[in-house]
Write a protein that binds this ligand. Sequence first.
Ligand code: FES
Length: 87
Amino acid sequence: EFVVRLAKRGIELVVPSDKAIIDVLREAGIEIKTSCEQGVCGTCLTPVIEGEPEHNDLYLTDDEREAGRLMTPCVSRSKSKLLVLDM
Ligand code: FES
């Protein structure tokens, strides 16, 4: 598991290993725009402020993946214990 901090809202949520970030957001009442929810469309693309995303999508380019500035919370997770998202 890891912690997602939503920088604009000033809240932190724990993401257990069996749940996607978007599931945890929804449970907390936070709506995020999604479409495919399979890491393909890029609708849920979210800027990363801090932490190292674990990219499980098929949307980002290799360069974008390596830069680690964007992630798809529908399928991607975090390699670091804390992931700070710009939302
Ligand atoms: Fe399509 Fe996340 S909803 S990539």
